[in-house]
Design a protein around this ligand. Structure first.
Ligand code: WQD
Length: 336
């Protein structure tokens, strides 16, 4: 049974990926520092699959701990989610982001290679494209200067893994996520609401649940049909399955170069107002909102051209926006 390390495996996307890995018969070892999640997610994963993943609470900034981990465990591949991901926080605390997202990446790669672990899946983001000149966005679209230190760490991370793959035995795949939303159908795992939500869907859901007074829609003066900004919202379970497809590509040596990049989205753009309407339709819940000024740093539109991932990974998003939104609502109901 292949052993896969999932760093950040108790996080939102990490936990959904652990479930899919176990469903596919992989043995999973999770490293998480619990800085942005809770240990009970481990039991919730176990309650879904019936298999308890091995768990090590490690801060990846602890080089010695990373070194010992790879000496102790015989790993076949690594899926690396562990990173800080709040755009606004990264502007206020850039050094925290560069240390936690970049230094740790180098420690993981170093110890992987010291122990001949060469299969690496990197959690990247469509944020590397900024406002793309052409839509839908293909993988060869030029990347743009980052709007935030968080975005910069994704771009730097890609450069680090590409350079390392050229100089060593590392085989890497960077998955550029569009906007992950939704929750597992069991409603046992989902996006943990820690603090005031920065992202749209958690805020919509908490407004519908009466936890938040009113959703602020950041701008209706964008050059789009209804004036609100457009994103490519992908169900987190579809996103998790893309990681399995990418991992199998490396394990079966089907990768065509030592570092590959894939856009992971649905290929469809939805505006903020379309999301609100779809949520109300899918759940029957009303969302109280007001239009306010644009949020600094936001782009008008981003949605993926998924041709490459469809073809090379033999992967395609299967779950639609309404299904994702109703799963988010079901998850919220399970929390209250
Ligand atoms: C989506 C749309 C907002 C909140 C960010 C990161 C990206 C990834 C996903 C981590 C935008 C609007 C939002 C609200 C609103 N993060 N909005 N009111 O900004 O596309 O992407 O999260 O991996 O890297 O950049 O996602 O959900 O914050 O915003 O009107 O209260 O919803 O303006 O148009 P975003 P988002």
């Amino acid at each position: 049974m292949k052993k896969i390390l999932v760093t950040g495996g108790l996080g939102y996307i990490g936990s959904h990926t652990v479930v899919e890995l176990q469903n596919e018969g992989f043995e999973v070892i999770i490293i998480d520092d619990l800085s942005n999640t809770t240990i009970e997610v481990l039991d919730r994963i176990t309650s879904i699959t019936g298999i308890k993943p091995t768990f090590e609470q490690i801060d990846l900034k602890d080089k010695e701990a990373v070194k010992h981990f790879f000496k102790y465990y015989n790993i076949d591949g690594v899926i690396h989610f562990a990173a800080s991901k709040a755009v606004g926080e990264s502007v206020a605390e850039p050094l925290k982001y560069y240390e936690n997202n970049i230094a740790t990446l180098t420690y993981v790669l170093k110890e992987m290679l010291a122990n001949n672990v060469t299969n690496f899946i990197f959690s990247s983001s469509c944020t590397v494209y900024g406002q793309a000149d052409k839509l839908p966005i293909t993988e060869d679209a030029p990347t743009k200067p980052a709007e935030s230190p968080y975005g910069a760490t994704k771009k730097m991370g890609e450069i680090i893994i590409e350079d390392t793959s050229k100089a060593t035995d590392l085989n890497a795949i960077a998955l550029r996520y569009f906007n992950p939303i939704g929750a597992h159908e069991s409603a046992k795992i989902g996006e943990l609401p820690l603090g005031v939500p920065q992202n749209l869907i958690p805020y919509v859901v908490q407004t519908a649940a009466g936890i938040r007074e009113q959703l602020s829609i950041f701008g209706d003066d964008y050059p789009t049909e209804d004036g609100t900004a457009i994103r490519d919202y992908i169900h987190v379970v579809d996103l998790a399955k893309a990681h399995i497809a990418a991992l199998n590509r490396l394990l079966e040596n089907k990768n065509k170069s030592k570092c590959e990049f894939f856009n992971i989205g649905t290929g469809t753009g939805s505006s903020v107002l379309e999301v609100v309407n779809a949520f109300e339709k899918a759940t029957g819940k009303k969302v109280n909102y007001k239009i306010v000024d644009r949020r600094a740093g936001d782009i008008t539109a981003a949605y993926a051209d998924t041709t490459l991932a469809n073809k090379e990974l033999n992967w395609k998003a299967e779950l639609g926006l309404e299904e994702a939104l109703s799963s988010s609502w079901k998850w919220q109901e399970s929390l209250t």
